[in-house]
Each structure stands twice: as C-alpha cells, then as structure tokens.
Design a protein. Structure first.
Length: 225
C-alpha cells in the first residue's frame, strides 16, 4: 500500500516508480489568442514542451472492457491489467515521461503525465552528477504508442484467451488532454483521479448510470484556464 503525500489517499498495490504529484514541472501560461475551444488541442502549442498534462483515453463506444467497480473500487479485468501494464511502460519507452496519479476505469483511463528533459533530477544520488538530457516526443506520439501497443495486446487476448471483443477498435480515435498550469489544479486533478471510482454510479462515462451528476473535472479545468 502506498500513501499519496498530497492527498492522503492510500493506493493499494501502487508502484513506487509512479511519482505522486508534488509540484509543477514547468507551468504553462494560458494564451487566449491560440486557445480554440472547438479543438481538443491547441493548434500552435508544442506538445513536446516540458510540463504536466491531464490525459483521458476512452474505450470505443464506452464499452466496459477494463473492469468493474465493486464497493467503490476498481476490479480490473485481464484487459484492464494489460492496459495498466502498458501505461506503466511509458517511462521505459520515453525516458522523459514521468507518471503521476492514474486510474484505469471500466471504460477509460485518467492520468497525470509529466514531461521533462531531465528525468534524473531529484533522484537520490544524482544531485552532483551531470544530469542526463533527453529529447521529448510530442504528447500525441506517447498516447499513440500506448494505444497501439495495448490494442495489439487486446487483439491477441481476444484471439488466444477469449477476452470480450470490440466492434471496431479498442480506443476512441481521439483523446482528451489538458495542460496543467497551476499547482492547485494539479492537486485537485490528482484527487479527482484517485477518487474517480467512488463517483462511478453517477459518472458521465458510465453508460448504465441511473442519474448523472456534473463532472467536477470541468470546474477544476475551468479554473485552470
């Protein structure tokens, strides 16, 4: 069990390599001139810039393939465990990626993901050594690698292990991202992620919800623009 020092929430089975959010990596200023609300991403923003990002990736058709919520906790399916495995592999594939809080829900994944050119900064024993500098890929490439690898693994699971199949593709074609600009927003998003399973009964992503409540992430992000 791992205790998040920011939120005080215990995470059962958390990997110590996943860093709880402690502070901004590189705050990004809001630029109204280039922010188009009709577009998911900012048309002129460099998504390989160091920073902190909130990312949501959803299963096609909101199919609940990745697990079930039992007593306000996620119980992952085999497909859900596979998805988490590939998310945890991101820092191996892309050394500049830092994983913060994330959760695999029945039909989507929420995550805080950091990008830094100096991934060894702040690690024990590295304070006096020359810091390794890495090149950063664009966020879209990172997410695409994750989606491609998990999709291929899911196809194998369907063929060889009898996993439930999807009609067209595992993931929705696009994904949602938000550039986190303030420490307050980062802490609020981290808490939102870790408490996500507790809100599943009224979650906007729950296709079987008897009633839906306003998603608190909208207010958090609105206050971070």
């Amino acid at each position: 069990m791992h205790m998040n020092p920011t939120t005080g929430i215990s995470i059962v089975g958390a990997d110590p390599r996943v860093r709880p959010y402690r502070g901004m990596i590189h705050p990004v200023a809001y630029e109204p001139a280039i922010h188009h609300r009709r577009s998911i991403r900012l048309s002129k923003y460099d998504y390989s810039s160091p920073g902190l990002y909130f990312v949501t990736v959803c299963v096609e058709g909101k199919a609940e393939l990745l697990g079930n919520i039992v007593r306000a906790k996620i119980v992952q399916s085999a497909a859900g465990r596979m998805v988490e495995t590939f998310w945890r592999k991101l820092p191996e594939k892309f050394p500049g990626v830092i994983l913060h809080e994330f959760i695999v829900m029945p039909n989507h994944l929420h995550a805080l993901l950091g990008l830094t050119r100096f991934p060894d900064a702040g690690r024990p024993g590295r304070a006096r050594a020359p810091l390794r500098r890495v090149e950063l890929p664009k966020l879209a490439r990172i997410v695409q690698w994750f989606k491609t690898m998990s999709t291929n693994a899911h196809i194998r699971g369907v063929r060889e292990l009898g996993w439930p199949a999807v009609q067209n593709r595992l993931w929705q074609r696009n994904y949602y991202e938000h550039i986190v600009r303030t420490p307050r927003a980062a802490r609020s998003i981290a808490t939102y992620i870790l408490e996500n399973a507790q809100r599943w009964a009224t979650d906007v992503e729950n296709p079987r919800a008897a009633r839906r409540e306003p998603d608190p992430i909208r207010e958090i992000i609105a206050g971070d623009l």
